[in-house]
Write a protein that binds this ligand. Structure first.
Ligand SMILES: Nc1ncnc2c1ncn2[C@@H]1O[C@H](COP(=O)(O)OP(=O)(O)OP(=O)(O)O)[C@@H](O)[C@H]1O
Ligand SMILES: [Mg+2]
Length: 227
């Protein structure tokens, strides 16, 4: 590649990295606002429902059944809103967990993905003690989440293997997701999921390999530099 193009590309990558930093900071702020605003309100709604349920035990006469039904519905909807808010916070800022290591975060992620795919088996084999920059780890985390969801949604896979390895010679972290599903069709083209993974990888000096087929498995890989 001619040197002026190389310089241009390096500058683009730098800009992209800054943009990603900025957008992660914004997402983290939204997540924490949502958490701080909605948490106490939802708690108040649930407490009020409990008080109303207690008061309803003193009520008699026509309309009591309807009152109890309505109270049940409010409690159910409040629980749904709480679950939805928690999911949104987790999506905006998946790693509020704090000091957990990358392999621990992936363990938690795989456990929560296993809950939404009870009939599927998701396994993780992760080298302990692998770590990189916060943004690097966040992009690995997002890659795994997106790739496992793709395997479930598009591949209808019932066995998914996630691996995280440190390649000593090259100083790279290799994360792979393999699934036994039907694989991408001929017309499959990257959408927001894969484009986001690819842009984050490039901005951080990594490489993303979109799904390919090998002996009945669909594989996808993210290689990230150590720092
Ligand atoms: N593991 C997989 N098995 C089968 N097809 C896949 C797999 N991963 C990706 N694909 C195909 O690649 C396409 C693009 O994936 P991508 O994640 O970019 O978009 P999407 O999942 O369709 O939408 P979203 O923007 O919500 O992620 C998918 O629509 C699907 O056809
Ligand atoms: Mg997707």
């Amino acid at each position: 590649m001619p040197s002026h193009l190389q310089a241009q590309r390096a500058e683009n990558d730098l800009l992209q990295a800054r943009l990603i930093n900025l957008s992660e900071a914004e997402r983290a702020a939204i997540a924490s606002d949502l958490h701080d605003e909605m948490g106490p309100l939802l708690f108040a709604v649930r407490a009020a429902v409990q008080q109303a349920e207690a008061a309803a035990t003193q009520v008699t006469g026509p309309g009591l059944a309807q009152l109890n039904e309505a109270l049940d519905a409010i409690a159910r909807h409040a629980a749904e809103v709480q679950r939805g808010t928690r999911d949104a916070i987790n999506d905006l800022r998946p790693m509020l967990a704090g000091d957990a290591s990358l392999s621990e975060l992936l363990e938690e992620l795989v456990a929560s993905l296993s809950e939404i795919a009870p009939e599927g088996r998701i396994t993780l084999s992760a080298d302990k003690g692998v770590s990189t920059s916060h943004l690097g780890e966040l992009s690995i985390y997002r890659f795994v989440r997106e790739s496992v969801l793709n395997a479930l949604r598009h591949g209808q896979a019932d066995h998914i293997r996630v691996s995280l390895k440190l390649l000593r010679g090259s100083g790279a972290i290799v994360t792979r997701v393999a699934d036994n599903g039907i694989g991408p069709g001929l017309n499959a083209s990257p959408s927001m999921g894969q484009i986001g993974i690819r842009d984050r990888a490039r901005a951080l000096g990594g490489t993303y390999l979109p799904p390919w087929r090998d002996e009945g498995w669909t594989l996808t890989e993210l290689r990230m530099p150590l720092e």
